[in-house]
Design a binder for this molecule. Structure first.
Ligand SMILES: Cc1ncc(COP(=O)(O)O)c(C=O)c1O
Length: 418
């Protein structure tokens, strides 16, 4: 099969593809796996019950049902939903937005694809621009989203040791080189994979930098405020005309609804809508119709704060405690669990690579993710890239505890025998 440059780029092995393939194959094997690898949100019974009730009410209401399955929404997204969302953001966060500042996409992932390629890549004057990530580790889903190869630059983070076994990444502003070749800055807050939440100060500086250079600051809020609000630390949400905030209904428990929400200046929203019209014709109605009432009433905030956030926060704390007691005296560090739904562990000077550790754990029935995937834009051979793993902690508690004991045993073997 002969493929274009686009066809080749998007079918050649990418980090996300090989990761998903490997996770899928491991799942399809005969061994019972302890799943501490995936990024699927948990099926929280109370939250599922709410969505179940709401679905039933839609089914019983012919007008709403028709809208759920039988209407092409405009390429900017369902109007009542974007209007209610704007009111919610004004009320809850004080953001000066109207429905004209909001566009929906089929998942925030497709929103990033559009935004990255709108601001980076080739410009009409031949200039090539890139997306600057203030620091990596960053979300693996960005890595291959550029239409041409070399799309990201990223800074090495500063490492702040908080106690004997806890650390936090901080933005190293000396490493951020904004130039004519920078199309936009993008950061996830909280971050997948590390659970890091960049501080208000760091965010304010990034905002300033972006404005100075007349480029947008994209804030990926898939785990952030106001929903699902998986933030376990103090963090003030920020928005202004130069910021593109990207939200999602996925981590609230609706990944299959594929609803991403972009909040930006009217000009950016018009541009996103045009791209959306060409790529998708229309955005899916399922997420907006399902959550319409919750957004109108603000219940989506209560669900986030009273059900979703405590669920993950408690799980995170349990997993951290189990890791501390299982890893004992080993030279490990856990990234401060400030948000999202993962723990990020760093095994300093680990004699084997994190990929080898992943393989050994898979052979023992525990699936984690090797950290080396999460360094888009860092091209040097930084040893740290091969010393970290990402662990999901939201499965059944006894499974997670067992998985953590196996991880600790394998890490101990690696330090003592390799
Ligand atoms: C940081 C981050 N951003 C964006 C996404 C994409 O989410 P969705 O396309 O489901 O909205 C994910 C999914 O895992 C994520 O972890």
């Amino acid at each position: 099969m002969k493929l274009s440059a686009f066809g080749t780029k998007f079918t050649t092995e990418s980090g996300i593809l090989s990761l998903m393939d490997d996770l899928g194959n491991a799942l399809a094997g005969d061994q019972d796996m302890i799943m501490m690898g995936g990024g699927n949100p948990s099926h929280i019974p109370e939250v599922q019950a709410l969505f179940h009730d709401r679905t039933r009410r839609i089914l019983d209401n012919p007008k709403e049902f028709r809208h759920l399955i039988g209407v092409y929404d405009p390429p900017q997204g369902e109007i009542e939903f974007t209007t209610n969302m704007a009111k919610l953001l004004r009320r809850e966060l004080g953001w000066d937005v109207s429905a004209r500042n909001i566009a929906l996409t089929n998942g925030s992932q497709s929103g990033f694809f559009m935004l990255f390629n709108m601001f980076a890549g080739e410009y009409s004057n031949g200039q090539q621009k890139k997306i600057q990530l203030p620091l990596a580790p960053e979300y693996i889903g960005y890595s291959d989203a550029g239409l041409n190869g070399d799309f990201f630059t990223a800074g090495h983070p500063k490492i702040d040791y908080l106690d004997a076994h806890t650390f936090k990444y901080r933005v190293n502003f000396d490493e951020i080189k904004i130039s004519e070749q920078t199309g936009a800055i993008c950061v996830s807050r909280p971050t997948n994979p590390t659970g890091n939440v960049i501080t208000d100060d760091e965010l304010a500086k990034l905002d300033e930098l972006a404005k100075q250079h007349d480029i947008p600051l994209i804030i990926d809020s898939a785990y952030g405020t106001p929903f699902p609000n998986l933030i376990f630390t103090d963090a003030t949400p920020l928005w202004n005309d130069n910021i593109i905030a990207c939200m999602s209904l996925s981590k609230l428990g609706l990944p299959a609804a594929r609803t991403g929400i972009i909040v930006a200046s009217e000009a950016v929203i018009r541009a996103v809508s045009s791209v959306n019209a060409i790529i998708n014709l229309s955005t899916g109605s399922f997420g907006p119709v399902l959550t319409q009432d919750m957004v109108r009433s603000g219940e989506i905030i209560r669900i986030s704060n009273d059900l979703v956030k405590p669920y993950y926060q408690q799980r995170a704390q349990l997993a951290v405690n189990w890791f501390h007691s299982a890893l004992g005296e080993l030279p490990y560090y856990i990234h401060k669990a400030e948000g999202a739904m993962f723990l990020w562990l760093w095994f300093k000077d680990l004699p084997i690579s994190s990929l080898e550790l992943y393989q050994r754990l898979k052979a023992r029935g525990v699936l984690i993710v090797s950290g080396h995937y999460f360094f888009p834009g860092i091209t040097d051979e930084w040893q740290h890239k091969h010393e970290c793993i990402r662990v999901t902690y939201s499965q059944e508690a006894d499974q997670v505890k067992k998985g953590i004991e196996i991880i600790a045993d394998e890490v101990r073997n690696a330090y003592e025998r390799s």
